[in-house]
Design a binder for this molecule. Structure first.
Ligand SMILES: CC(C)(COP(=O)(O)OP(=O)(O)OC[C@H]1O[C@@H](n2cnc3c(N)ncnc32)[C@H](O)[C@@H]1OP(=O)(O)O)[C@@H](O)C(=O)NCCC(=O)NCCS
Length: 311
């Protein structure tokens, strides 16, 4: 019915190391690696969210072999974009020569990409478009409080993109599990009238992610008719290596390749799942057609995930 047809990813050139961060705030490489697994992150100097999104989307479009005219929907999942109107999706469409697609941005924090993927999947299933372009793109460095050591060490910039097409197998993109818990809406924040800054209650989020999310991820598998033990890949939101490893352990998927792009990219919010997936696919670490769990979570507190067949 639907499938992820092609992927693309892009990160800005500049790499910021833990040692460099230690010259900016009171931190050190050992603390960051032990608590988060992160070694480096990419930081955009000049590039906007639309620039990052266009770079990743252009690669996905080229890899798909489709003509720009065939794309009927463009969604950019982002929470860090400075520009609101025209939407970043409209900018991407303009730059890639996509003439008349429905274009809009979607903000569901770090769960943005998988939420957008489900939205595109539903659009294509309903016959409202034959091919959709779904992008997660973030310039988190622009909304980072560079004086707050508890959060500035976590974040990074980048983009990942996927083409969703109508000509896939029945289980090419599995049913989504998605939802949110408004009682903990304040646990991750990006607030402020003109200059929003990232903030969070790290331990609240850590406990939530490591105790409550595995059953929801299992539900995505159940809805797709795939036992967790059959998963060939697990691509969760890349927030923290310990969270990733905990989720993978709880899912009991011994043969699954577990994405750990957080080590090199930090937390790129809505960009993290498509970035990590695109890299795994590029390195051909997962066989084509094998089941892969995508599972993102974050501010809201919100989650969205689905089992896809590896493109
Ligand atoms: C953010 C996170 C890495 C912090 O790790 P933690 O083990 O919970 O650390 P704490 O916040 O309890 O802080 C422990 C100590 O380290 C200190 N600390 C915080 N950041 C530090 C840093 N970068 N370098 C050195 N010390 C730091 C704290 O001040 C605290 O010191 P204290 O004990 O003297 O008060 C962790 O809570 C986490 O990953 N949470 C989940 C976040 C997440 O996934 N967010 C997703 C958002 S989409």
């Amino acid at each position: 019915m639907t499938r992820i047809h092609a992927l693309g990813h892009y990160q800005p050139e500049q790499v910021l190391t833990n040692d460099e961060l230690a010259t900016m705030v009171d931190t050190d490489d050992t603390w960051i690696r032990q608590r988060t697994g992160i070694a480096t992150r990419h930081i955009a100097k000049e590039e906007s969210v639309a620039d990052l999104a266009t770079a990743a989307a252009g690669k996905a479009l080229a890899a798909s072999g489709l003509a720009p005219e065939q794309i009927g929907q463009v969604i950019v999942a982002t929470c860090s974009a400075r520009d609101r109107v025209p939407s970043n999706a409209a900018r991407v469409a303009g730059r890639l020569g996509i003439p008349d697609a429905v274009t809009f941005d979607l903000n569901n924090g770090c769960a943005g990409f998988t939420t957008a993927l489900a939205t595109a999947d539903h659009t294509v299933r309903a016959g409202a478009a034959s091919h959709a372009l779904v992008i997660g793109a973030e310039r988190m460095s622009e909304v980072t409080d560079w004086t707050d050591r508890s959060s500035c060490v976590l974040l990074g910039d980048g983009a990942g993109a996927a083409i969703v097409s109508h000509d896939g197998p029945a289980d090419g993109i599995g049913p989504v599990v998605w939802g949110s818990d408004p009682s903990r809406a304040g646990a991750v924040r990006l607030e402020g009238a003109w200059q929003p800054r990232f903030g969070q209650e790290g331990q609240t989020v850590f406990r939530w992610a490591t105790t409550e999310l595995a059953p929801i991820a299992r539900l995505a598998c159940e809805r797709a008719g795939v036992a967790p033990s059959e998963l060939a890949g697990i691509v969760t939101h890349q927030a923290n290596l310990r969270i990733i490893e905990s989720l993978a352990r709880q899912l009991k998927a011994p043969d699954a390749v577990v994405a750990t792009d957080v080590v090199h990219s930090g937390n790129t919010s809505a960009a993290s799942v498509p970035l990590a997936l695109a890299k795994l696919v590029e390195r051909r670490e997962i066989p084509i057609g094998a089941p892969v769990l995508l599972f993102a979570f974050g501010g809201g507190l919100a989650w969205a995930g689905q089992v896809i067949r590896c493109p």
